[in-house]
Design a protein around this ligand. Structure first.
Ligand SMILES: Cc1cc2nc3c(=O)[nH]c(=O)nc-3n(C[C@H](O)[C@H](O)[C@H](O)COP(=O)(O)OP(=O)(O)OC[C@H]3O[C@@H](n4cnc5c(N)ncnc54)[C@H](O)[C@@H]3O)c2cc1C
Length: 373
């Protein structure tokens, strides 16, 4: 039997597309390899466009009890700039959000298959999905939404940097630290990267950071030593973390994220394979807009598929929607992380705090591209 539409991956992009297609009456099957909720490496800042995309498919993110974020602390060395954000974000764990969105997709009528790993895709006239220890499945149309994970047969043509390592840890902060962080996201610049720190639901704090392999080697790959080393670089972190309790046994880690990647349609692309989320474009994570792009790509792919358009037309349109946003984020990231320009940029922003709001606005999915219905 050949399925009409199979969605590979049940993260935000896959689950949102499944909900959208099922609401339109399509027969859609989603395959997710995890059997239940999992932690994902993510700063967990859900921007306002991401919240609007969720509302568009009838998903009430407010019911999950996240932490409202309306202001930004940008910290560099001993300096801090505090400014209002030009929109309201939400701190919400992926553990809760992804699971609730998958349940929503199933509630909309999508068939959600858990605990199945797609080991390979063979894209000939029909699309065949090989599953680990399960019979293969055939599909007429595939939405590829496996996030950062490559699937054999459909690898992204990306060249990720080898020198950056990402970490995520949850903390129970001291009461004064919680009060200092209430309603804010802190972006903390280091010599070799940055951290995002914010509250999420249940009064927990998410610290998500990118640092260099050199620092990881210097601290022998030991998380406590790495954190102590970062506190030497950042008075902001050194002030917030004393008295905090770590809530995971080990931090989550990530390597080789292909920041700046955008899938441009190629002649060799299969006409019925739509790439969503991180499989379509990867924005530097300090912007807190990767989830918005994932949800936007899902909405764009679903609406173009329902209108009978090809995957090539969709990829053309999506790259038009997100390319300038991703490029601007890349320039900002390079300027904010290079030792020479970091200080200059910070001084400029201190002199002109409105530039931070402008930067926040320019690194969103552009309003002209957003789907409202
Ligand atoms: C360090 C860091 C911090 C970030 N911080 C933020 C932030 O604060 N705000 C923000 O908006 N974005 C942030 N992002 C970006 C955001 O996390 C991603 O853009 C987003 O998760 C992409 O969603 P997705 O649905 O494409 O992929 P994912 O959320 O990764 O989902 C992919 C799903 O596919 C499943 N899967 C993978 N392979 C297979 C397979 N072979 N078979 C079956 N299932 C499979 C996985 O289990 C997973 O559930 C951050 C990213 C990084 C790296």
């Amino acid at each position: 039997m050949i399925a009409d539409v199979v969605i590979a991956g049940g993260g935000l992009a896959g689950a949102a597309a499944a909900a959208d297609l099922a609401r339109a009456g399509k027969n859609v099957t989603l395959i997710e390899r995890e059997t239940g909720p999992t932690h994902k490496i993510c700063g967990e800042f859900l921007s306002s466009e991401a919240q609007a995309s969720l509302a568009r498919i009838g998903f009430d993110v407010g019911s999950l009890g996240g932490h409202k974020i309306t202001a930004l602390d940008l910290a560099c060395g001993a300096g801090i700039i505090t400014t209002k954000l030009p929109f309201e974000g939400l701190g919400i764990t992926r553990y809760a959000l992804d699971e609730a969105l998958l349940a929503h997709a199933a509630g909309c009528g999508a068939t959600v298959l858990r605990g199945r790993n797609i080991s390979k895709v063979v894209a000939a006239r029909e699309i065949s999905l090989e599953l680990t220890n399960q019979p293969a499945m055939d599909a007429r149309t595939l939405f590829l939404a496996t996030g950062k994970h490559e699937v054999r047969g459909l690898r992204r043509d990306a060249s990720p940097p080898d020198d950056l390592v990402g970490y995520k840890m949850y903390f129970q902060l001291s009461n004064p630290a919680q009060a200092a962080l209430a309603g804010k996201i802190a972006l903390i610049l280091f010599k070799d990267g940055y951290a995002g720190l914010q509250m999420v639901e249940h009064d927990q704090a998410n610290l998500c950071l990118l640092t260099s392999r050199a620092r990881v080697q210097k601290t022998a790959g030991k998380w406590p030593a790495l954190l102590a080393d970062l506190c030497l670089d950042s008075p902001y972190l050194a002030r917030i973390l004393p008295g905090a309790t770590e809530l995971l046994d080990q931090p989550l880690t990530i390597y080789r994220v292909p920041y700046g990647y955008i899938h441009h349609p190629l002649a060799a692309d299969h006409p019925d394979i739509f790439r969503l989320g991180d499989q379509a474009g990867v924005i530097p994570s300090f912007t807190g807009d990767g989830m918005a792009i994932a949800l936007h790509s899902a909405a764009r792919a679903a609406s173009m598929f329902l209108a009978g358009e090809t995957a090539a037309a969709y990829h053309q349109r999506l790259s038009h929607d997100i390319t300038s946003q991703i490029h601007r984020a890349g320039w900002l990231y390079r300027a904010a992380s290079a030792p020479l320009s970091q200080g200059v940029l910070f001084k400029l922003m201190q002199a002109w705090p409105a530039s931070l709001q402008l930067a926040a606005r320019l690194t969103r999915v552009p309003p002209r591209a957003r789907l409202h219905h």
